[in-house]
Design a binder for this molecule. Structure first.
Ligand SMILES: [Fe+2]
Ligand SMILES: [Fe+2]
Length: 180
């Protein structure tokens, strides 16, 4: 009778939650989409600056773990060169725009346009990864070890977030100081 509180949904065992590679990458996509939509409705420059910084950091980490871990494993397992190469080229395009956004601020006339165009590029790219017959679907059909890759992605992501987190804090501090 006193068991009611245990009745939450989800896992019944206490083992470490396993994050498979696709779930981890899709969760990143959803997070960034949410921040892009918050950016679109943000009014204050400070809020825009903070959201853009979060978006850029998350995208840098996300594209890096894909480039280092997921994409090479995908190419090796599926030999889908076209899908792989196009995804890499799209990452490069996004990285250029991310660098421009990081090098400017919401007081720049083109800032909103740059963030908006980045969101459109990312929307297209995410669709290429997630669509029927796209990279993730093909990865699932292959013999890739998605759960081992998920662990590698999670570990590398934590490492990169920790180092870019301190860079982000330093940048926020500099920007706050420069406005005093
Ligand atoms: Fe992705
Ligand atoms: Fe990607």
């Amino acid at each position: 009778m006193a068991k009611a509180k245990k009745k939450s949904g989800g896992r019944s065992t206490r083992q470490r939650p396993r994050t498979d590679a696709i779930s981890l990458l899709k969760a990143d996509h959803r997070q960034v989409e949410e921040w892009f939509s918050q950016f679109e409705s943000a009014r204050s420059l400070e809020r825009k600056r903070a959201l853009a910084a979060q978006i850029c950091q998350a995208l840098r980490v996300h594209t890096q773990i894909e480039d280092e871990i997921f994409y090479p494993a995908f190419l090796q397992a599926t030999e889908e060169e076209d899908i792989h190469h196009e995804a890499e080229v799209e990452h490069e395009g996004a990285e250029k725009l991310i660098a421009e956004i990081e090098g400017s601020g919401p007081e720049d006339d083109y800032y909103n346009a740059k963030v908006h165009v980045l969101s459109e590029m990312i929307k297209h790219h995410v669709n290429e990864e997630e669509k029927r017959g796209g990279m993730f679907a093909k990865a699932k059909q292959s013999d890739m070890d998605l759960s081992a890759l998920g662990e590698q992605l999670a570990a590398r992501k934590a490492e990169l977030m920790a180092s870019s987190g301190s860079t982000l804090r330093a940048a926020a501090r500099r920007s706050a100081e420069s406005r005093v």
